[in-house]
Design a protein around this ligand. Structure first.
Ligand SMILES: [Zn+2]
Length: 266
């Protein structure tokens, strides 16, 4: 059977409902399957359409993850749309991607423009009406989730409106050779639709970074500011729901950029 005919019958069988399904004979279905099995890309596509990660794409992803992590979102959509879709359904690949590529800004893995090192994926969060924070999209894996707190502790917290009931934290490796990491904490702010962001430098390299500077900028440029990290940490930064770029610049001139996307539920 011609591949195009097989695809046509497959979509008729799968999406056409009962009546269309009856039009595809058993023999045709067998021929369709035989023909489509020759086309691993299409089989993978079908599996993912049904929410089943395709092992075929796991291997492709493993081969190209490093390259993928250096691409802009537009390039990914243009050149590797099947891998972007794969990451949405395959927790195995997502875990590897997060562990290996998104906890660090290492050169050659993240985009490096001169001394600017950009985190491979933005941290994307949505704030709900109850003051909890949820992650969405493919971003670096958070350390703390609400489920990590013991049930007793959660019950002890009164659920007043606007009260902090959740926290998100990340450890991002800034410079492995110097043992320098950033501990990032995000909690809902006291005002609605805001968050408080705390930065702490950790690792033995932190002591040498007494003059690290933090800058933050809203993507549309309407709000920005900067300040030093005092004793390796900042006073909390209050950000409203928008897209932000957070940048840390060391005295040696290296800048680490963290895109942060904040949304809220209505
Ligand atoms: Zn996979």
């Amino acid at each position: 059977m011609e591949p195009s005919k097989a695809k046509e019958l497959a979509s008729l069988f799968l999406t056409g409902g009962g009546a269309s399904r009856k039009k595809v004979t058993k023999e045709q279905l067998a021929e369709t399957c035989a023909s489509l099995n020759e086309d691993p890309d299409y089989v993978a596509y079908l599996e993912e359409e049904f929410g089943v990660p395709a092992p075929y794409l796991c291997a492709t992803f493993a081969d190209r993850a490093a390259e993928y992590s250096t691409m802009s979102e537009a390039t990914r959509r243009r050149e590797l749309p099947e891998l972007a879709a794969h990451l949405e359904v395959c927790t195995d690949c997502l875990d590897i991607y997060r562990d290996v590529y998104l906890s660090a800004f290492a050169a050659g893995i993240q985009r490096v423009q001169g001394e600017l090192k950009v985190l491979g994926e933005p941290i994307r969060l949505v704030l709900n009406w109850a003051g909890n924070i949820t992650e969405f999209g493919v971003g670096p894996a958070a350390l703390l989730r609400l489920a990590d707190t013991s049930l007793g502790a959660m019950e002890a917290l009164p659920m007043a409106a606007g009260e902090t009931t959740a926290e998100k934290a990340w450890d991002l490796l800034l410079d492995e050779a110097r043992d320098l990491s950033l501990h990032l904490d995000i909690v809902p702010g006291k005002r609605a639709r805001t968050v408080e962001v705390r930065f702490n430098l950790t690792g033995s390299g932190a002591a040498a970074e007494s003059k690290m500077e933090l800058t933050y900028q809203k993507e549309d440029g309407t709000d920005k500011g900067n300040g030093p990290l005092l004793r390796h940490q900042t006073i909390p930064l209050i950000l409203d729901c928008a897209s932000w770029l957070l940048r840390l610049t060391s005295t040696s001139g290296t800048t680490w950029e963290i895109p942060l996307v904040l949304n809220h539920e209505n």
